[in-house]
Design a protein around this ligand. Structure first.
Ligand code: NAD
Length: 362
């Protein structure tokens, strides 16, 4: 898509203050700079004591951001989400003489924001941090909401904190280098919001495709802002996931287990998880029969599969260790209709038979 999209943004900090929105969570207020160039960073951080964390792909794709700046680079990919990486980065911060005044700025996808948020929460018991998401998935979801964490073996995001960053800066031009597969991953989360909150968004997505958003900066900005607003509103109501925030897990319960077991990209696994949940919703919540097919069509439109061969026993073993489980059940997110997600406690045997049905269909 490089070069296809007309630039919408200017370099004036004053102009960008107009795009800045402060979001109040129970724990903190966060500044959101929408549709703003990454060159604003020196003005946003209140001093020039900035340390960047990024990954190897983003460092290579956008070297200008990091030129002459202290930059800690992790290997791109989910395998970097470990406590060993956190320890290494803390040691590198010490070597770089980072202090409590240092701003830690994570520039990258969800892996970078999860790691940066965690390091910022624990280094010297907490330093200021900001995120510049560089994947669609991180812009609409991963960088928002304050959850961070790393994996322990097959257990996704099992070690971490909930701590808001001080700011987020959204520069959609950074997506120009994003591979198409990563656009698909991001759209899985956009489709998730449409399913649980926004039937109009579902209809809009059904009449466009990735190419449309790659070449239409206004539509892309609108969709990023719409999704970020939905996530912010949900998290602001329920920062610690006691209730409504659970809706954001639509497609993620089975999705995470499938992602870990089969090494699938996050968005691909979430898409399959959404199909499993939508199929269960027909039986459990009276969802109209044709919705799972509409969802599958939408996933295909955005380059996402709707199924994968799964081994129910392996998936169930991971679900039983899920952090959202209680002794008896998991709060599963189902749909009553497109645009209306609901929290539905399901027993392990109900989930197991739904997975077995999917196994049979895949
Ligand atoms: N904390 C949360 O609330 C939350 C929510 C959803 C997902 N997540 C986490 O986010 C992660 C997935 O995020 P992701 O899909 O952004 O993955 P990612 O960070 O691994 O990025 C995907 C790939 O795109 C590359 N990349 C990133 N930006 C690029 C750019 N502009 N140009 C070229 N390549 C680029 C990365 O190097 C990587 O190879 C998972 O670890 C997931 O658990 C967290």
């Amino acid at each position: 898509m490089q070069g296809k999209r007309p630039p919408l943004i200017t370099n004036s900090y004053e102009v960008h203050l107009l795009h800045m929105q402060q979001v109040r969570f129970s724990s903190a207020t966060v500044d959101y700079y929408y549709n703003s160039p990454v060159s604003l960073l020196p003005q946003i951080c209140t001093n020039d004591n900035i340390v960047f964390i990024t990954d190897s792909n983003v460092a290579a794709a956008h070297p200008g951001i990091f030129a002459g700046k202290t930059t800690l680079v992790i290997t791109a990919g989910e395998n970097s989400k470990t406590l060993a990486t956190i320890e290494r980065l803390c040691n590198e911060l010490l070597e770089a003489e980072a202090t409590r005044q240092t701003w830690l700025v994570g520039v990258g996808g969800g892996v970078v924001s999860d790691i940066t948020g965690f390091v910022a929460a624990v280094y010297m018991r907490g330093i200021k941090c900001g995120f510049v998401p560089t994947t669609l998935l991180a812009m609409v979801d991963a960088a928002i909401g304050g959850k961070n964490g790393v994996n322990a073996g097959p257990h996704k995001n099992i070690i971490g904190t909930i701590r808001q960053p001080d700011f987020l800066l959204f520069d959609p031009t950074l997506l120009s280098s994003l591979p198409d597969g990563e656009w698909s991953n991001g759209f899985a989360e956009v489709i998730k919001y449409a399913c649980i909150f926004d039937a109009a968004l579902f209809a809009e997505l059904a009449s466009h495709d990735i190419g449309y958003y790659q070449t239409n900066a206004e539509a892309l900005n609108k969709i990023i802002r719409t999704c970020a607003d939905m996530k912010n509103k949900t998290v602001a109501e329920d920062e610690h996931e006691k209730g409504i925030r659970k809706l954001l897990n639509f497609g993620h319960t089975a999705g995470h287990a499938i992602e870990t077991t089969y090494g699938l990209p996050h968005g691909v696994a979430v898409g399959i998880g959404m199909v499993i949940a939508a199929t269960m919703s027909v039986e459990k919540c009276g969802l109209a029969n044709d919705v799972p097919t509409k969802l599958k069509d939408l996933l295909h439109r955005y380059g996402l599969p709707d199924t994968h061969t799964i081994d129910t026993d392996k998936i169930m073993a991971l679900l039983k260790a899920d952090k959202k489980r209680t002794k008896e059940h998991i709060d599963y997110i189902l749909l009553e209709q497109i645009g209306k997600g609901v929290i539905c406690p399901l027993t392990f045997s109900e989930i197991e038979s739904a997975l077995k049905r999917h196994e049979g269909n895949s």
